[in-house]
Design a protein around this ligand. Structure first.
Ligand code: KIV
Ligand code: NA
Length: 274
């Protein structure tokens, strides 16, 4: 299994880091078998597997439940789990309690969105021995404040701000930074300015690595995908096809076939019905 030091080394050696989200046992098994460097148990699970309309409804219990399943499916892959909405803003005690719950559930590191006071939380957690991944740019837990899922850092001022926040996160001890939905030039600048790897999503090709959501990659349960997504499979189409073929077979009496059935011996049949 790769560890935090390996990600630093990969950046130094210009080896791109591939991250994918996973939320349960089978998706984790696929992620590991496919050779991903890191798995993110993202709070995007609120939408992808729970059908919620944003990540703000996701709880610490949800995150632990899914992290445990992912761990069972990918024992040899580094796992980062998202700290859910408002579990790292009240005070140090609550933050530590939430972090411990996730780490003991199987996470190797945790991810926190935003800067400001969150920088202090990152410092405290790192000092307490918890590896922290920062998350800047579009931070979905703040969708209400941001006023929608919009590209961030498009003006000189906001890009400057992003770079300063990224530096502060590195200074605070973050071992990695996820940068979401920013112009590719901003991701390039931030990646070049930091020692720690910058993992982009909707941030162009110049980041040190990429992350995508499993369900977007698979086209699984998603009605529409963002501009930055590339899909590599057609789970929805093949899934619905499979279900309708099964239903047709059942209705037509074509499933099950003899090969799917169990048979009692003639002797036993005789003993039963005489
Ligand atoms: O929850 C998530 O899936 C994420 C990634 C999109 C970075 O935070
Ligand atoms: Na997230």
């Amino acid at each position: 299994m790769k560890r935090t030091a390996d990600f630093l080394k990969m950046k130094k050696e210009n080896e791109k880091i591939a991250m994918i989200t996973a939320y349960d046992f089978p998706s984790a098994k696929q992620a590991e078998a496919g050779g991903t460097d890191v798995i993110l148990v993202g709070d995007s699970l609120g939408m992808t597997v729970l059908g919620l309309d944003s990540t703000v409804h996701v709880t610490i219990d949800d995150m632990v439940h899914h992290t445990k399943a992912v761990k069972r499916g990918a024992r040899d892959t580094f796992i980062i789990t998202d700290m859910p909405f408002m579990t790292y803003h009240v005070n140090k005690e609550q933050t530590f309690h939430a972090a411990r719950t996730l780490i003991q559930g199987g996470a190797d590191a945790i991810k926190l969105e935003g800067a400001g006071e969150v920088v202090d939380r990152v410092k405290e957690l790192t000092e307490a021995g918890v590896p922290v991944c920062a998350h800047l740019g579009l931070t979905p837990q703040s969708v209400g404040v941001l006023g929608g899922y919009k590209v961030q850092g498009k003006t000189a001022e906001s890009a400057q701000r992003l770079l300063a926040d990224a530096r502060a996160m590195e200074q605070a001890g973050a071992f990695m930074l996820v940068l979401e939905c920013v112009p590719h030039q901003v991701a390039r600048t931030v990646s070049a300015a930091l020692q720690i790897p910058v993992i982009g999503i909707g941030a162009g090709a110049e980041a040190d690595g990429q992350v995508l959501v499993y369900h977007d990659i698979m086209k699984y349960g998603v009605d529409r995908t963002a501009k930055f997504v590339k899909s590599y499979a057609e789970f929805d189409r093949t899934g619905v096809q499979a279900v309708s073929s099964y239903v047709e077979d059942v209705k037509a009496g074509e499933f099950p076939e003899e090969a799917h059935a169990f048979t009692m011996s003639e002797d036993e049949l005789d003993r039963l019905y005489g």
